[in-house]
Design a protein around this ligand. Structure first.
Ligand code: CR6
Length: 817
């Protein structure tokens, strides 16, 4: 008997079908006969919202009336992915939807495919935020996700005929979007610029211009919790529809300028991942969503009170700062408390520091945001004053803690130079209760390196919460076959809300019959992916080869170049006859990656990969043993298709650079084996799944540091390993650029002279471990046994566990009663 704990549908199939008909009629204005799949998608989504509405009301009422502190997750990105199937799953209506849609003569998959993916994030950080709101709701914790509803998400990636990345605008709101409810009646005013004056001994900010922040509400249904949280994404609108004075024929465009400028604020997501640009509009965006959110919280938790007791704010809500992007919220809350509600500095600081916590997501120094004080002063003059005052108080406090003057200087929030800068990570550390990194190794490095002075003086502030991913989207929805097999193996489906239960699969790894079923799931997923890749991209994948994937942003530290160089080396070996093609293990390598538009070397790497694919895939000498595919526009949807079909995934960043990674977790949970370095969460994955079930290679953090210290000369490695030399020479000699030696010259020069992330130094170890990988892959039973052990031991990497850690260590709250 299988125990079923999945939520029960609140509707019958007939009711669902009636709901769709009703929506088609009164919403879309079409008959079922006239309806397109897109109409049915919109109608179905509205039916789901309809049935979630009561649970949503109740969650909000219980949150405001009860005693459970809520969580406000402040994030500039929420990479939520498609909504319909996820909402159906969490609300228990998957089957009713399928049957209802079929009864109306539509194919459910076609209807689901009509949804346009909201791409409101760059990569891991944004996807993590989306997993976290899913888990908060699933655990029944009252929560708001607060962010921005960008009109244009991350760009749509295309490749030109030369294989170069071309960025196209991603106007995802071109069609009706049934999930976001625009709530004009709960908008907030957010102001900018102007001056600060003194009136009756008090500072008064006289802003120059304001925008209207309109909330767009997304329901976040919890899985089997009966709770529905809120993702509130702010959209910028103008107040001054038209300035009638300037509105005459010749100045028409000037008249609408303020409107256009105001609305620009939420127009576009900055496409830089890990290396944000310090642009004025970005600061405007940050302040825009954070200021609106703080006002919103006061509106929600102190309804109708003109003189609320905001000393209770830390009991009502805790704000999590997702990286430095929302850190301007700290001076903003200080301003609101002091200027608008008349609190003194000490009280305001006490409230603020109790309300905020900060998660750092990086180890790259260039990713820690630093704003010129001038720019802050121009946009937010009162905030700059407050930041300076925070800095003064902080330096005073430090004097009481240490005599080390240099240390104190190093810890300044506002630098002491001609054009001072504000270090947002320091402001966040000083202005909040807790600071956490996103994997054990990362949190350790934050304490030892990045924020060392702070951890010396405030050791108790620092903690770790290892990232996690939602099993609902990334196992149940992405991999229904594996989900069914897990449920069969465990005799219950409860693992979807208690992922550590996967441990119960461990004994089944000894059962060859079960392992064979597991292998059959993977094979079927590979066949599905091959069909998908054919349909969507026109690729011809052979599901009887090893599927080897590397999907993540294109960044030097992630080292896509290590992967492509090793592949070229293999190709060169076959071409030169060193390796007989008949001995080569058939492998299909799949890349998915976008590059920041201005990132020169990353974009050149994309071009190289595409051209290696062109050459290798079409070379008859290779006899189809090696294939390289680069599906463009990697997004959540592609991840959901590819991850369940992958045999081997690549997590090969330079040790000490990837804060955590979350793709690594999704792969392990879907039964891929990992080849990886001791970096980020790889360390913990390997610990849990067992060293014998993980392909480890490469330098450790200490070895990397030692090599930097000693002086790193990449050319030495080029001379030392003939495989590496052959590979780089092949890139240099025009093999992948129709004979043109210039095309990749900058990349080759970088490898041989700089190679900041030590790709060359790790190359030999990386190639050597391929032998081990291939030997194991030739033994399908053993390979799948290890893959199954990866699944069984990765339950820890659920975002439910991560959220529970945040609740226990940082937020000190829990589910609604
Ligand atoms: N780029 C880290 O680099 C981590 C995610 C989520 C990143 C990545 O290792 O898994 O955050 N950092 O914690 C930033 O975005 C600054 C990322 O996605």
């Amino acid at each position: 008997m299988t125990e079923i704990t999945a939520p029960k549908s609140p509707v019958t199939t007939a009711e669902f079908a009636d709901g769709i008909r009703e929506q088609l009629k009164y919403g879309q204005g079409v008959t079922p006969e006239q309806a397109t799949p897109a109409d049915v998608y919109v109608a179905s989504s509205l039916v789901v919202r309809h049935y979630l509405q009561d649970a949503w009301f109740k969650t909000q009422q219980d949150m405001v009336n009860g005693k459970t502190k809520a969580v406000g997750y402040l994030s500039a990105e929420f990479l939520i992915g498609k909504q319909l199937r996820n909402a159906l799953l969490n609300a228990g209506m998957l089957d009713q939807f399928d049957e209802a849609v079929e009864s109306l003569g539509f194919d459910p998959q076609t209807v689901v495919d009509a949804e346009y993916e909201p791409a409101l994030g760059n990569g891991g950080l944004g996807r993590l935020a989306a997993c976290y709101v899913d888990s908060l709701a699933s655990l029944g914790v009252p929560a708001f996700g607060y962010g921005i509803q960008y009109r244009y998400g991350i760009f749509r990636q295309e490749f030109d005929s030369e294989g170069r990345q071309v960025e196209k605008p991603e106007y995802w709101l071109a069609n009706e979007e049934p999930w976001g409810h625009v709530d004009y009646n709960r908008s907030q005013k957010v102001s900018f610029g102007g001056t600060v004056v003194e009136e009756n001994g008090r500072k008064v900010w006289k802003p120059a211009w304001s925008v209207r922040a309109v909330p767009v509400d997304y329901m976040v249904p919890g899985y089997a919790s009966g709770r529905v949280d809120t993702l509130r994404l702010w959209s910028a609108r103008s107040y001054d529809e038209f300035d009638l004075l300037t509105f005459n024929k010749s100045e028409y465009l000037d008249a609408v300028k303020p409107k256009v400028e105001a609305e620009n604020i939420s127009k576009i997501l900055y496409p830089e991942d890990s290396t944000p640009q310090g642009k004025r509009l970005r600061l405007e965006q940050q302040y825009f969503f954070v200021a609106a959110s703080i006002q919103d919280v006061i509106r929600v938790f102190y309804p109708g009170q003109s003189n609320p007791d905001l000393t209770t704010l830390p009991d009502k809500i805790t704000f999590q700062l997702n990286d430095t992007h929302p850190v301007i919220g700290i001076p903003e809350l200080m301003r609101v408390l002091i200027d608008e509600y008349g609190y003194d500095w000490a009280t305001a600081w006490d409230i603020t520091t109790k309300t905020f916590n900060y998660t750092c997501h990086t180890l790259l120094p260039e990713a820690l945001e630093v704003w010129p004080a001038d720019l802050i002063g121009e946009l937010l003059p009162r905030h700059l004053e407050i930041i300076n005052e925070i800095n003064d108080h902080f330096l005073e406090e430090l004097k009481g803690k240490t005599r080390d003057k240099e240390k104190i200087e190093r810890m300044r929030i506002v630098t002491n130079e001609e054009n001072p800068k504000v270090r947002m990570a320091y402001l966040a550390t000083a202005g909040g209760s807790h600071v956490n990194g996103v994997a054990e190794l990362h949190s350790q490095l934050l304490k030892d390196v990045t924020l060392r002075d702070f951890s010396d003086l405030y050791p108790d502030k620092f903690t770790n919460v290892t990232n996690g991913v939602t099993p609902r989207r990334f196992i149940r929805l992405a991999n229904p076959r594996l989900s069914n097999l897990i449920t069969e193996g465990l005799g219950t489906d409860k693992w979807l809300s208690d992922l550590e239960m996967l441990k119960g699969l461990e004994p089944l790894a000894k059962d060859d019959e079960f392992v064979k079923k597991f292998a059959a799931v993977k094979q079927a997923n590979k066949e599905d992916f091959a069909a998908y890749a054919k349909r969507e991209y026109g690729f011809e994948l052979d599901p009887n080869t090893m599927f080897n994937s590397m999907i993540k942003r294109l960044h030097e530290y992630k080292r896509q170049s290590l992967k492509i160089l090793a592949l070229i080396a293999k190709y060169a070996d076959i071409k030169s006859g060193k390796v007989s093609v008949d001995d080569v293990l058939p492998r299909t390598v799949i890349f998915g990656a976008k590059s920041a538009p201005g990132y020169y070397l990353a974009k050149m790497t994309i071009q190289l990969i595409n051209n290696v694919a062109r050459v290798v895939n079409n070379d008859p000498d290779i006899k189809g043993k090696l294939h390289v595919y680069y599906p463009w526009n990697y997004n959540v949807r592609l991840a959901q298709h590819l991850i369940p079909a992958t045999d081997l995934d690549e997590q090969i960043s330079q040790a000490g650079k990837e804060a955590s990674g979350t793709g690594n977790m999704k792969f392990a949970l879907n039964g891929a084996l990992t080849v990886g370095t001791l970096d980020g969460a790889n360390v913990e994955i390997r610990e849990r799944v067992g060293a014998e079930n993980f392909f480890l290679f490469g330098m450790t953090v200490d070895e990397v540091d030692a090599l930097y210290a000693q002086g790193y000369h990449p050319a030495v490695y080029y001379e030392r390993d003939p495989r590496l030399k052959a590979a780089i020479d092949m890139v240099a000699d025009g093999t992948f650029s129709n004979g043109d030696r210039n095309t990749y010259a900058p990349l080759v020069a970088d490898w041989l002279t700089k190679d900041w992330f030590m790709t060359l130094a790790d190359f030999t170890a990386y190639c050597d471990i391929q032998g081990e990988i291939e030997a194991l892959y030739r033994d399908p039973l053993e390979w799948n046994r290890k893959a199954l052990l990866n699944v069984a031991n990765s339950g820890y990497f659920s975002s439910d566990r991560a959220i529970q850690d945040y609740l226990d260590k940082i937020w000190h709250t829990g589910p609604l009663a």
